[in-house]
Design a protein around this ligand. Structure first.
Ligand SMILES: Cc1cc2nc3c(=O)[nH]c(=O)nc-3n(C[C@H](O)[C@H](O)[C@H](O)COP(=O)(O)O)c2cc1C
Length: 401
């Protein structure tokens, strides 16, 4: 088996798969079951000092299903944990005693400097492995000047991260960023300037997931009213992947990736764009802790296929291939090539090319699609809509560079 262990901010994880701060980590009992299943680490759900009032509203979840597939996206109006630091300290102690080889992180949020620093001191004393600070919850908390209010402002990010770092004498500090900022690298740079040890990207995106067409009340319906929530799950993966890659290219700082990771393939992609740790939330809420088996097996087999002995060899390998748009070659010309043997004659490529492309596909007398190479620009839309794997490929245009 390949070596799946990884180091993130100086902390060794037996494997990179970590539970994100969220409902699956809201008690020691749940995290213990996850560790038994094989998870490498967990970040306990965001906690606060005892004086912080946390009142939740129910129901707090609503899903976005797409073409009969459940939960392409999940919106929640959950807040930070109702369990304050006193209970979380006990969880940390119990988990570190029982599972010394697993990583126990704790997520915190404070209203003022004293709160942040008290949380850090108490968690360090309890034996936590690292501290994650949520500067990024997009709903509920910003109304109180917390959450993404901090993460959207690099100055506030730097100042608050400094407070936390000042108090942390022993353990690394990781700042969890919001994708809802014009330039996420500005936030990551602010974290770096503060002296904090790493970033976690991303938290959920502020959303309104849908409206009930009978009652006119958006989801989730809390006694006849709704509010904006945080969007997570497979639908946000491209945003998260972009954020991680942007930070990795611009700032020399360890990155924990989170956002839409459901499979080992997703995880590998995040490692390839520079993450050294991967966190999961919605996939676990949907399918349970047991997905860790597939995550570990899949990543292991992939590494073997690639001839790699350690997961570390993946980290950042895709970054050199990401350039600015203006640096992309304009001399690279491709055309669509359709495999008429595997074509299922669903006309999808024809329709997409006709109404969304360059009218380069015609249907012959057998209703088989045929590409006019003079008209085809190689946009790739036909291959994107084709349901048959590899039926349509983009090939270099004859005579082009
Ligand atoms: C119901 C729910 C509660 C969450 N609570 C927290 C939280 O307390 N602290 C935090 O930093 N992130 C919280 N998150 C955000 C997740 O940790 C994660 O950043 C986000 O869901 C994206 O990852 P995913 O697509 O794997 O779910 C929560 C997410 C969900 C769905």
């Amino acid at each position: 088996m390949a070596d799946l262990s990884i180091e993130f901010c100086g902390v060794r994880f037996p494997n990179p798969f970590t539970l994100a701060a969220a409902p699956p980590t809201d008690s020691a009992e749940m995290v213990a079951r996850a560790f038994e299943a094989g998870w490498g680490g967990a970040i306990l759900k965001t906690t606060s000092v005892e004086t912080e009032v946390v009142e939740l509203a129910y129901p707090m979840m609503a899903g976005l299903d797409y073409e009969e597939k459940k939960l392409m996206g999940l919106e929640n109006i959950d807040l930070i944990s109702e369990r304050h630091i006193g209970e979380v300290e006990k969880d940390v102690r119990a988990l570190k005693k029982e599972y010394p080889d697993r990583v126990v992180g704790a997520s915190i949020m404070g209203a003022k400097k004293e709160d942040w620093q008290e949380l850090v001191r108490r968690l360090e004393a309890a034996g936590v492995d690292f501290i994650e600070c949520s500067f990024s919850c997009p709903h509920g908390m910003p109304e109180r000047g917390m959450g993404s209010t901090i993460g959207q402002d690099p100055e506030l990010t730097e100042r608050t991260a400094r407070w936390v770092k000042e108090a942390a004498k022993r353990v690394p500090v990781v700042i969890k960023l919001t994708p809802q900022i014009a330039d996420i690298t500005a936030a990551a740079r602010a974290v770096k300037r503060s002296g904090a040890d790493g970033v976690c990207a991303i938290n959920t995106l502020k959303s309104l997931i849908g409206v009930d067409l009978d009652t006119f009340v958006p989801y989730p319906n809390v006694g006849g009213y709704s509010t904006f929530g945080g969007y997570s799950g497979p639908a946000i993966k491209p945003v998260a992947l972009r954020c991680v890659a942007e930070i990795a290219k611009a700032v020399d700082i360890p990155i924990a990736a989170v956002g839409g990771i459901s499979t080992w393939r997703d995880a590998a992609e995040f490692l390839l764009v520079g993450a050294t740790n991967v966190q999961l939330c919605t996939a676990v809420m949907h399918h349970g802790f047991r997905i860790i088996e597939d995550l570990i097996d899949g990543l292991d087999v992939y590494l073997e296929e690639k001839g790699m002995r350690s997961v570390k060899e993946l980290v950042g390998r895709s970054l050199p291939y990401i350039v600015e748009h203006s640096h992309l070659s304009r001399r690279h010309k491709v055309v669509a090539a359709i495999n008429r043997e595997t074509c299922v004659k669903d006309d999808l490529c024809y329709i997409a090319c006709r109404d969304g492309g360059h009218q380069a596909i015609e249907l012959d007398s057998n209703r088989l699609p045929k590409v006019d190479e003079d008209k085809c620009k190689g946009c790739g839309m036909c291959a994107t809509v084709c349901p048959v794997y590899d039926c349509i490929q983009l090939r270099p245009k004859v005579g082009a560079v």
